[in-house]
Design a binder for this molecule. Structure first.
Ligand code: PLP
Length: 868
């Protein structure tokens, strides 16, 4: 292929509507329907044709169409209104500035392998990408100074076609980046801005693109340039495509290239967020930078850690990237030297001893001060899962927190409902999405009105669904009859269940199909019929996932299910919006506890759609007992077959016994009880399960602490990092000398407590073992501690106690002990405990303690008392 330059020739925008170009270039339109409407109104057909992409629209629209709009009073008024909104949005003073003025000008870098902003920009595959996109949007809404970093995939994920046999086929459409809402970054001299990474035997370059997402920007790296070999140009061809070697190249480009892209633009983030392990190599590049600038490796590690946050998104093993040591050698050989790091030391950073592989999740965890899961349950599961990295440390004290995922409400909310909320929740409700008080006004919406809006959204969705099936059949060249009959599919007066997600097997799309006879009775019930809409992509390498698609397709073509169970193709953000806005119930059946959070149910809830879900991911936090329904039990199963059988049975039972009678109970022409349920769901779920709340939590719990640490460690003349390193090294080297033993335990009788305060031992004390205690009595514990070369001020000696429960103690509490005297090479410590009623276990432990620690176990070492 010969070289060429690219130039776009587009129609001239009339002056009266010239700012359409600016609107087209900001994903603000992804959460402002009026923004999209501005284009659609000019030429609806073209708008559909260009896949709702406004930049492409402006390239292809006829000049005469633009001219007509520019002369249309109505249009111009609308145009002005939208621009006023757009400008007001950009000029508002926002939450972050008000709350944290001292961190003005600092930047948070947010790295993710995928971002889902809008269907016109397909660089996402599923939940992770949608979450990242929603994160950027809320960051913009809140005024958080964040910059996203990702890869620009030439073919996106893939487009899904379901063929005549019900098999998924992947197509990889060509995307012209010059027709996307983004700009190529140039150097000050007007040349392409480029970054490079060194891969074995060659240098690979990427050009940079910037997308505006409201106020924040997203930087994307693109390897598809002629400077690279044809092979290397494919590094950014496809999201999650290719083999393991392709994966490591992508992750090097994302992590290392991503840091260099920020540098090329002169950005020095004060906080770094690794959104899932794919981007963890960024920590190595930051290490290299610091070592190259003359810092010692150990100190550089502390400094990188100080302002890094890692969010883990899945307990499913396939979600954690593993590379062999040979592969790391191959790709990091040049790095070892320039980083001044020994091969073993680098491998150790990501080493997973149980699998004997380099694990990106472990690299991220070890190089981040802060680490979190994405729901309360997932936090627990993650602490359990990584407890082997914290030997001797109680699972509940492992420093992995959680921030429950949310959704960007305005992106997923139907315009019709948004208008309704504006009337009943108040003009300004959009700026108070996290305020439960605002949402309580949902009660004021007349039931008939809420129901009417829901029904109209449902009809719109059903129309969309029928059209999708019709297009499938036309493309698959089915008989005219098969195409025609689709018009009779899916009735608006029938209770409708939606199930759309990635077809990963743990999500169990097949759960419903374990008993076809019962299913047939359900969908063909004379009074209480049900219809089901399925959609979702399976990863092209996931054979089992594709079998699920085939299974559902086959069932949908069988006589008792025709037109009542349907399978839509090519699930994307557009389809997701239709489905979460238009079904009656959103079904979610993951194999507990493998769904880290899930977010589609939250999108549904914001639209008054009821959740029917396994108590997994976010649902245990969202479910209140009266705002939706539960499938299955909270229970550990010995086999997946048993779990599936029980959950399937439960699913049918809940539908038949609880849901359908409620839905079909009509009073005054509408399902009164159902509408009540819709309102409960809206009021209880919407204020919390949104990304405004989520991004505020990230800011408060992690970004600001990262920024604070970064400033602290980097303040001029500070030796804090060096001292922290020296401390850790000293403690690690000498820790084996530490011993502790509880020597004596007393009960201090109530009447003598006051008196005994001053003295060490008081006459009223007796041995606990003989006598139990009464409420209000104090427990006094004496322990002897050997520290060797470690000083008492370098450790914390504490009593640890908790309720006696199955498998150990729970709800652990720690109470510091006081150092008393040094005798026979041991320090004596004394501590007191006033316990509430109950059966408690207690003991004493020693752990490292340092002023700059963020968690109790920044250095994961602990010694517990010997038997006593
Ligand atoms: C929201 C969304 C997802 C994620 O949904 P889950 O509940 O996590 O399965 C996936 N794909 C699309 C297109 C979405 O809109």
């Amino acid at each position: 292929m010969f070289a060429y330059r690219t130039v776009s020739v587009k129609p001239k925008l009339p002056a009266a509507i010239a700012r359409l170009q600016e609107l087209a270039n900001n994903f603000w339109y992804a959460w402002h329907k009026q923004g999209r409407q501005l284009f659609k109104r000019i030429n609806e057909e073209l708008w559909e044709e260009v896949g709702h992409n406004p930049v492409k629209f402006l390239l292809h629209v006829r000049e005469s169409d633009l001219q007509r709009a520019a002369e249309d009073e109505d249009y111009l008024r609308y145009y002005q209104q939208v621009l006023d909104d757009y400008d007001a949005y950009h000029n508002a003073r926002l939450w972050f500035d008000r709350k944290y003025p001292e961190y003005r000008g600092e930047v948070v870098a947010y790295f993710s392998a995928e971002f889902g902003l809008h269907e016109s920009h397909p660089i996402y595959s599923g939940g992770l990408g949608l979450l990242a996109g929603d994160h950027l949007k809320s960051a913009s809404d809140l005024g958080l100074p964040l910059v996203g970093v990702g890869l620009l995939y030439k073919h996106g994920y893939f487009n899904q076609i379901i063929n005549r046999e019900g098999r998924q086929e992947a197509s990889y459409p060509y995307h012209n980046f010059f027709e996307r809402p983004m700009q190529q970054m140039l150097t000050p001299e007007g040349k392409e801005a480029l970054v490079y990474v060194d891969l074995p035997g060659r240098r690979v370059f990427a050009r940079l693109w910037r997308c505006w997402v409201g106020r924040v920007s997203l930087l994307l790296l693109d390897c598809d340039i002629t400077l690279n070999s044809p092979e290397d140009r494919k590094i950014t061809a496809q999201l999650y495509g290719g083999d393991v070697e392709m994966r490591i190249c992508q992750e090097i480009m994302l992590g290392i290239g991503g840091v260099r892209a920020l540098r090329a633009l002169g950005i020095e983030p004060a906080a770094w967020h690794i959104n899932e392990g794919h981007a963890a190599f960024l920590t190595l590049e930051r290490l290299r930078e610091m070592v190259e600038a003359g810092m010692k490796l150990a100190e550089a590690k502390e400094l990188v850690r100080s302002n890094t946050l890692f969010t883990t998104h899945t307990p499913v093993p396939a979600g954690h990237d593993l590379f062999t040591a040979e592969l790391i050698d191959k790709y990091f050989y040049p790095f070892y030297e320039s980083m001044g790091i020994e091969r073993e030391d680098l491998l150790e950073l990501g080493w997973d001893e149980s699998r004997r592989m380099f694990n990106m999740t472990l690299l991220a965890m070890r190089m981040a001060t802060f680490c979190n899961g994405v729901s309360k349950l997932h936090g627990q599961v993650s602490r359990q899962m990584f407890s082997y990295l914290y030997p001797g440390i109680p699972v509940e004290e492992i420093p992995i927190g959680h921030i429950t995922n949310g959704i960007h409400t305005l992106t997923w909310l139907a315009q019709e409902l948004k208008d309704l909320y504006t009337i009943y929740l108040g003009e300004d409700w959009e700026n108070h999405i996290t305020d439960p008080g605002i949402w309580r006004n949902i009660e004021d919406i007349p039931d008939t009105l809420l129901w009417a809006v829901h029904q109209s959204l449902k009809e719109k969705m059903l129309h969309f669904a029928r059209n999708n099936i019709k297009q499938q059949r036309l493309r698959n060249q089915e008989a005219a009859q098969a195409v025609k009959e689709v018009e009779q599919y899916l009735r608006p007066d029938v209770f409708t269940v939606g199930f759309a997600r990635r077809f990963a097997t743990y999500k169990r799309a097949n759960l419903l199909f374990q008993d076809l006879e019962r299913l047939s009775r359900l969908v063909n019930h004379p009074q209480y019929p049900v219809q089901f809409i399925f959609a979702g992509k399976a990863h092209p390498a996931d054979v089992a996932g594709q079998e699920l698609i085939k299974l559902i397709y086959d069932v949908s073509r069988q006589e008792p299910f025709r037109g009542k169970i349907v399978l839509l193709e090519n699930y994307d953000m557009l389809m997701a919006r239709h489905l979460v806005q238009g079904v009656d119930v959103w079904l979610n059946t993951p194999r507990r506890p493998l769904e880290a959070s899930g977010t589609s149910g939250q999108k549904a809830a914001a639209n008054g759609v009821i959740n029917l879900s396994v108590l997994d991911g976010w649902w245990p936090e969202g479910y209140t007992g009266d705002n939706g329904f539960v499938v299955g039990e909270v229970k550990d199963y010995v086999s997946e077959e048993l779990q599936d059988r029980d959950d399937c049975f439960s699913l049918y039972a809940v539908l038949e016994e609880q849901i359908l009678p409620l839905y079909y109970y009509h009073d005054g022409g509408i399902p009164k009880k159902w509408v009540k349920l819709m309102k409960r769901s809206l009021i209880t779920i919407s204020p919390f399960f949104n990304t405004d709340r989520m991004v505020m939590e990230y800011t408060r719990n992690y970004y600001v602490p990262c920024m604070r640490r970064w400033q602290y460690f980097n303040s001029p003349g500070s030796r804090a990092v060096q001292e922290l390193c020296a401390y850790k090294e000293h403690i690690s080297r000498n820790w084996s000398q530490v011993q502790v033993k509880v020597e004596e335990v007393f009960v201090c009788q109530q009447e003598l407590i006051a008196e005994g305060e001053q003295q060490g031992y008081s006459p009223g004390e007796q041995c606990l073992v003989e006598r139990g205690m009464h409420l209000g009595e104090e427990l006094k514990i004496l322990a002897g501690v050997t520290l060797g070369n470690i000083l008492p001020e370098q450790v914390m000696v504490e009593i640890v106690y908790g309720l006696v429960a199955e498998g150990g103690l729970k709800e652990l509490q720690a109470v510091p002990m006081q150092q008393q005297e040094f005798r026979d090479g041991r320090y004596l410590y004394m501590g007191k405990l006033l316990l509430p009623q109950g059966t408690y276990g207690f003991t004493v432990r020693v752990r490292p303690h340092y002023k700059d620690f963020v968690h109790r176990f920044d250095l994961p070492l602990v010694v517990w008392s010997e038997r006593f």
